[in-house]
Ligand binder design. Structure first.
Ligand SMILES: *[C@@H]1O[C@H](CO)[C@@H](O)[C@H](O)[C@H]1NC(C)=O
Ligand SMILES: *[C@@H]1O[C@H](CO)[C@@H](O)[C@H](O)[C@H]1NC(C)=O
Ligand SMILES: *[C@@H]1O[C@H](CO)[C@@H](O)[C@H](O)[C@H]1NC(C)=O
Length: 442
């Protein structure tokens, strides 16, 4: 290695350490943006009066679109050409240590679906881990305490992770919600740590590394797992697409867009062979920050009008610069959003879904700055979005999920009444639906 190369490597390592320290420090910015004093909107009070225009029950929901969908310029459109804006929430768990979406020990999956619908979302991003598909473990009945029908339906046979995943999808779509399945991580745990085994869709690319991975994975295995999880869903028209891999990233920024775009095409072709109506969602590189490569190297599929791009935006991100989004002025923030992904909307290239963003219920100054700038920008460019996350707690250690929107009961009464839902209403979150909300209460 030449001295210049060693120097460049050291700079890269330094940048990574800086990046990680920003991630750690996002709770420690100065300022006292208590809920009562920060400049965001007053909270949504879920028990206040809400209008429901037509009488209905949540078991026979109205669905405002006609499937299948396709892309048209910057939009996703339905079969009648109506623009479909995804107003999604992430419901995690199947990607994590317990292998199933969280909350099923306290609420029936139909009631959680009604809750999500009642809160005004129209779709759910449902992450899974490759390990969940490969191992397909038997689920401890205690984790399904509020979903005993799943056990009964199996006639005494063990319920596995894939059984639960498919049943959850069915409940969500039965409530009139659209579902986007997401391959989140290889080894089932919280994403995204620094473990290189999980940094991209396969981990056999670095000779000598994969033997240290608990779950070793080739690209072919990644695609086969996709086929396994999507095959039971091929006839469910509200399963609208596949978000092919969460937050791909390389060691020291070594993953290039073209490499990921080609892998995404290979997986997408195999899934479109199962169901040509599905949308194929492709996240940017650098942990879903960067879609600038699409300008010169778009993802191209044999079925036209199926590619939706996705970016994630958090307070601590800002890859490749020393300034996380928590510290940016609006002008600076908006310029980065434009060059990272929003140019795709503004130049009518393709739809973009901000599949993850979110903030804590107790924001500090940097969080408030990020959130305010991001919501203003999302309103300006009218992008589809998916809030991270619905959940009350993280699966590992039962840690409280400060970004979550519900509490331990996963019902109407437990919806958190801080500024976030009120703010999301300004970028398209629907009116609360009292009938569905009531249905979510045991
Ligand atoms: C909802 O409506 C359907 C059809 O009208 C009916 O079969 C079902 O029992 C109703 N469910 C509830 C919970 O009221
Ligand atoms: C169910 O799973 C448990 C634990 O893995 C196992 O001991 C048991 O034999 C399984 N029962 C059936 C009917 O497969
Ligand atoms: C989907 O529908 C086709 C045609 O009716 C049927 O052959 C197939 O078994 C169905 N697949 C599933 C998973 O329901």
């Amino acid at each position: 290695m030449t001295r210049r190369r060693i120097g460049a490597l050291l700079v890269c390592v330094g940048l990574i350490i800086l990046f990680l320290s920003f991630r750690q420090s996002d709770r420690s910015f100065d300022g006292l943006a208590g809920v009562s004093s920060h400049p965001l909107s007053p909270s949504l009070n879920p028990s206040s009066a809400m209008s429901v225009s037509t009488p209905h029950n949540c078991s026979t929901p109205s669905f405002p679109f006609v499937t299948p969908f396709r892309t048209k310029g910057r939009h996703i459109v339905d079969a009648r050409d109506a623009v479909v804006k995804l107003i999604s929430v992430n419901w995690y768990g199947a990607s994590d240590v317990r292998f199933i979406p969280s909350g099923l020990e306290v609420q029936h999956r139909d009631q959680i679906a009604a809750l999500v619908r009642g809160m005004g979302f129209n779709s759910v991003r449902l992450p899974y881990a490759d390990e969940m598909v490969r191992a397909n473990p038997v689920i401890d009945p205690a984790l399904l305490a509020a979903n005993k029908d799943l056990i009964a339906n199996k006639g005494g046979r063990n319920v596995t992770a894939l059984d639960v995943f498919t049943a959850v999808v069915d409940s969500l779509t039965a409530a009139g919600l659209m579902v986007i399945v997401n391959n989140h991580i290889t080894q089932a745990t919280w994403c995204c740590g620094i473990n290189p085994c999980d940094a991209r869709w396969s981990n056999d690319w670095l000779p000598g590394l994969s033997q240290f991975c608990r779950v070793r994975q080739t690209e072919e295995a990644w695609i086969e797992n996709w086929e396994t999880i999507m095959r039971p869903l091929v006839n469910n028209s509200l399963v609208i697409g596949a978000d092919l891999r969460n937050e791909v990233r390389g060691l020291w920024g070594t993953l290039h867009w073209g490499e990921w775009a080609s892998a995404a095409e290979r997986a997408a072709e195999r899934l479109l062979h199962l169901q040509p109506d599905w949308l194929m969602i492709v996240e940017g590189i650098s942990s879903a920050n960067d879609l600038s490569g699409v300008a010169t190297r778009p993802v191209q599929l044999s079925v036209p009008d199926r590619v939706v791009y996705s970016a994630h935006v958090y307070a601590w991100s800002g890859w490749g610069t020393l300034y996380p989004f928590s510290r940016r002025t609006y002008a600076d923030f908006a310029a980065t959003m434009r060059s990272n992904w929003a140019y795709l909307l503004e130049q009518e290239v393709a739809p973009v879904w901000i599949g993850e963003f979110g903030t804590t219920e107790h924001p500090e100054a940097g969080d408030v700055n990020y959130w305010t700038n991001l919501l203003r920008f999302l309103a300006e460019v009218d992008a589809s979005w998916g809030y991270w996350a619905l959940n009350a707690r993280k699966p590992e250690g039962d840690e409280w999920e400060a970004y979550g929107l519900v509490g331990d009961a996963w019902d109407e009464q437990s919806i958190r009444t801080d500024f976030r839902l009120g703010d999301l209403a300004r970028i398209g979150l629907g009116e609360p639906d009292t009938v569905c909300l009531r249905h979510s209460t045991r």
